[in-house]
Design a protein around this ligand. Structure first.
Ligand code: GDG
Length: 464
């Protein structure tokens, strides 16, 4: 394999554990090839010129980290308004939350051009290029326009919606056409691949070619599902560490005679948090044995606070958890422990392991790694139960979870009750099957499968 070049909006130092499984997994592949990781520095410069940015270089062992600063205008337009204000909601089926007028296709494109220009100067002819996520969809098209002929792959971490939903994007044709500048596009689930196929044939008049190929604009693009996983070994090692064990022991002591449920996510409207709290409230109302016992620890870590939809969601969650505690709380017990703060990664496995039930109930999610982390952290002798939304990409794989429709709060409450009462033998059986699945399809499997498929793409004319 040639040198691997990874491009993503944010660049993490793979040597730091806080970076998480994806950074570690990509870091390993980058290390093996003496690779390069390129993206935004996280720095915003005041008063800079749009379309320009300082380049920073740093060496992390054998891996080169190269980042670009963005001026305030570029950052707002590309990242906040277009990527997070338009693309994120549309790709999560939330046309109602997309701020189409506030979006900035020109800012989005300008930053992709800036990245392409800075990256091009660093590329070698035999590099293997792997671009990540919705911020950078047109990057390959920009690189091709500058004459780059390397193999290029793209992985979309979020869902790809059905064609008529994508068609709500004023520039959908331009955006989807720009995918044809890649040699390989990886999506999280088979549902996403089906949506791509329908879009490609209906809107772009592309022709299917072979098992995964789509031919249009004189090019063939391979499109396949590569469901992302976690580093199970790394997460289990984290589970055995002191911080996680202390967290676990402390919670087990505190909840010795109670039942603990857990939810962990960024505070995001895709994650179904209000629906989850409502289902939990129904659980307390409908099954009174949970009164004084079932406690939901909900971590909703701060995210994208400058986007309006996130601020109103935050207010809604505060009001709902306050209402549930007001209605059901007792002098010595509160049903919802709602935490709008970031929890240290080292403590998460302890929290997962102490819980009898995890509620992973997004309205739409590319994959959802929390579901997999929860499974990895369980004690196989006495495992907790995963309640999982059928609308998470992970539901295609994790069939032994209790699958729910999060919009149906009554049935979700029933599923939570079933989870709380599940006999040990059934819990063990389900957990064993889930663990085997996340182990076989871990993040290393994902990375290797993607890179192998990228290398195997046929050589062809590169311009689109
Ligand atoms: C996108 C897609 C896809 C969460 N709160 C805290 C914290 N986390 C960690 C979790 C997990 C990660 O963040 C979240 O990953 P998810 O997969 O659940 O969700 P997104 O952030 O939306 O990720 C998603 C993923 O990309 C990968 O392709 O699965 O569908 O939306 O690792 O543990 N970590 C710490 N404190 C927190 O408070 N330390």
């Amino acid at each position: 394999m040639g040198r691997l070049v990874v491009i993503s909006n944010r660049v993490a130092d793979p040597r730091k554990t806080a970076a998480g499984g994806l950074a570690v997994a990509l870091g390993q592949a980058l290390e093996a090839s003496g690779g390069l990781w390129f993206g935004w520095s996280g720095r915003i410069t005041e008063g800079g010129t749009p379309g320009e940015g300082e380049v920073n270089r740093q060496q992390a062992g054998p891996v080169q980290l190269v980042t670009v600063d963005l001026c305030r205008d570029d950052h707002d337009a590309y990242y906040e308004r277009h990527s997070n204000g338009v693309l994120w909601p549309v790709f999560h089926y939330r046309l109602d939350l997309a701020d189409f007028d506030g979006g900035s296709i020109s800012g989005y494109r300008r930053v992709n051009q800036l990245f392409a220009l800075k990256l091009k100067a660093l590329l070698r002819p035999d590099d293997l290029i792997w671009v990540h996520d919705y911020h950078l969809i047109p990057l390959a098209a920009e690189l091709r326009a500058m004459g780059c002929e390397q193999r290029m792959g793209f992985f979309l971490h979020i869902p790809l919606p059905p064609p008529l939903m994508l068609a709500a994007l004023p520039e959908h044709e331009w955006l989807m056409r720009s995918l044809f500048a890649y040699d390989l596009v990886g999506l999280q689930s088979e549902a996403d691949v089906t949506h791509f196929a329908r879009y490609a044939s209906d809107e772009l008049q592309a022709r299917a070619e072979g098992d995964h190929g789509w031919h249009a604009f004189g090019k063939t693009l391979q499109v396949q599902a590569f469901p992302i996983g976690i580093d199970v070994d790394e997460f289990q090692a984290l589970t055995r560490q002191r911080e996680a064990q202390d967290m676990h022991d402390q919670l087990r002591r505190e909840y010795a005679r109670r039942r603990l449920l857990v939810g962990v996510e960024r505070l995001d409207y895709s994650k179904g948090l209000p629906q989850r709290l409502k289902a939990f409230r129904t659980l307390l109302q409908k099954y009174p044995e949970n009164q004084g016992s079932a406690t939901l620890i909900q971590i909703a870590s701060p995210s994208r606070e400058s986007v309006d939809a996130y601020a109103s969601l935050r207010a809604e969650l505060e009001s709902l958890s306050g209402a549930i505690n007001g209605e059901h709380g007792e002098l010595d017990w509160m049903p919802v422990r709602y935490i709008h703060r970031n929890v240290a990664r080292k403590r998460l496995p302890g929290l997962y392991r102490a819980a009898a039930v995890a509620l992973v109930t997004p309205l739409r999610d590319g994959m959802n790694l929390v579901a997999k982390e929860f499974v990895a952290a369980q004690d196989p002798e006495d495992p907790g139960v995963l309640v999982l939304s059928r609308f998470a990409g992970a539901a295609e794989q994790l069939k032994e979870a209790l699958l729910v429709n999060p919009y149906d709060t009554a049935r979700t409450a029933e599923a939570i009750q079933r989870a709380l009462q599940m006999p040990l033998a059934e819990r063990q059986q389900r957990h064993q099957a889930l663990l085997q699945r996340i182990r076989t399809h871990d993040v290393h499997w994902w990375r290797e499968r993607f890179l192998r498929a990228l290398q195997a793409t046929p050589a062809q004319e590169k311009t689109v």
